[in-house]
Design a protein around this ligand. Structure first.
Ligand SMILES: NC(=O)c1ccc[n+]([C@@H]2O[C@H](COP(=O)([O-])OP(=O)(O)OC[C@H]3O[C@@H](n4cnc5c(N)ncnc54)[C@H](O)[C@@H]3O)[C@@H](O)[C@H]2O)c1
Length: 347
């Protein structure tokens, strides 16, 4: 294997075309786009032309080619089938979140990849936001004190669209919680550690489709901290600022817009007894907060680079499969809580 991973893509026409191919695969130092597949042949041909790749007509053709790894960005209910096919073809796989429709599906995907000796990773690219990494460092350094409470919010306006897979749990697995709340839960676990139990409400507040357009989750972490996630498909884009709030016995870290697809967020830390600078990337601002503004990175590039380097170096990637399995278990517990009205312990 050379020092560039040859990537194939399944489901080339959505987020792959919008972000992961142009910003990730095309820009990463250790990646090159080789072949693309989408069930929509017209779109696939256009993507191939746009990015100078080969359009293939089937998954079999894709995995028979000389690619090393596959980025799977098909609808959620296709991930299982696509991961199994790629594993059988001995290709490493970076799969979009959520990995599967259920925990059982995800466990089978993991077993299949293990059996074939290929790596499976989860595309939780918001972990690569530099401000999130800086906040994690502050927490790990004890600057927040004992973690007390975290809130993560991700919402958008998503009106009914005929045939939209996210709007039917049979194809999306769920609505706003599964689609966007999964990022929020994953981030709070990155900051505060494992979740012990959840309590969740879901609802269709505005849109009449089958998936929920509204969800609020209460979380209890193993370290005793608490959290909430709020995620809606029925709040206008400009009204939701995708807030992240992290509180501890030593202060808080408050952010706006760091959760999301772009690098446009702001983050400020208010830390007790902080009279000296945190590092060169900080600047004092009003109210004694410390602005956390490290140079931004492109998260799509970062996730592809990390996974490519992990393959080359034969090591576990940071965007590993455990994140996806953990997420799936928590999501399942959230939906069970919403259904039963009970608080659910995570096994
Ligand atoms: N991390 C992020 O920033 C982010 C953003 C959006 C979506 N996603 C994830 O990416 C995945 C895809 O979401 P999307 O928004 O791109 O969806 P989308 O519907 O916009 O695009 C999916 C693409 O897959 C194709 N497709 C459908 N069925 C297929 C099949 N059987 N075989 C091959 N291709 C098929 C469609 O034609 C389409 O081009 C989901 O898992 C979603 O959660 C992640």
């Amino acid at each position: 294997m050379e020092n560039k991973i040859k990537w194939g893509v399944i489901g080339s026409g959505g987020i792959a075309r919008r972000r992961t191919i142009p910003e990730g695969i095309m820009n990463a130092d250790h990646a090159v786009l080789s072949a693309v597949y989408d069930i929509n042949a017209e779109v696939n041909t256009a993507v191939a032309k746009e990015f100078n790749a080969r359009a293939v007509n089937s998954i079999q053709e894709l995995i028979s080619s000389d690619i090393d790894a596959v980025y799977i960005a098909s609808p959620v209910n296709k991930h299982f089938e696509h991961v199994l096919a790629c594993a059988k073809g001995k290709k490493h796989i970076l799969c979009e979140k959520p990995l599967g429709m259920t925990t059982a599906e995800t466990e089978k995907m993991i077993s299949a990849c293990k059996a074939e000796g290929v790596m499976l990773g989860t595309s939780f690219m918001m972990r690569f936001v530099e401000q999130h990494k800086a906040a994690l460092q502050l927490i790990q350094d004890g600057r927040l004190g004992k973690p007390v409470y975290g809130r993560a919010q991700l919402s958008c306006w998503y009106p009914p669209i005929e045939g939209a897979w996210r709007q039917d749990p049979a194809s999306g697995g769920g609505g706003s919680l599964m689609d966007m709340g999964s990022h929020c839960i994953d981030l709070l676990e990155m900051f505060f550690g494992k979740i012990r139990s959840v309590s969740c409400f879901i609802n269709n507040s505005v849109h009449p489709y089958r998936s929920e357009d509204s969800a609020v989750v209460s979380l209890l972490f193993e370290n005793g901290a608490m959290g909430t996630v709020d995620t809606y498909f029925c709040i206008p884009d400009n009204s939701s600022k995708n807030i992240l709030e992290l509180y501890g016995s030593g202060g808080s870290i408050l952010a706006k817009g760091t959760i999301g697809q772009g690098p446009a967020g702001e983050m400020t830390a208010y830390l007790e007894g902080d009279s000296s600078g945190y590092n060169a990337q900080q600047s004092r601002n009003e109210g004694d907060g410390i602005s956390i503004n490290p140079p931004p990175v492109n998260t799509y590039r970062a996730e592809i680079e990390e996974f490519s380097c992990a393959i080359i170096e034969k090591r576990e990637p940071k965007n590993n499969v455990d994140l996806g399995l953990e997420s799936q278990k928590i999501l399942a517990a959230c939906y069970e809580s919403a259904r039963t009205g009970k608080t659910i312990k995570i096994n």
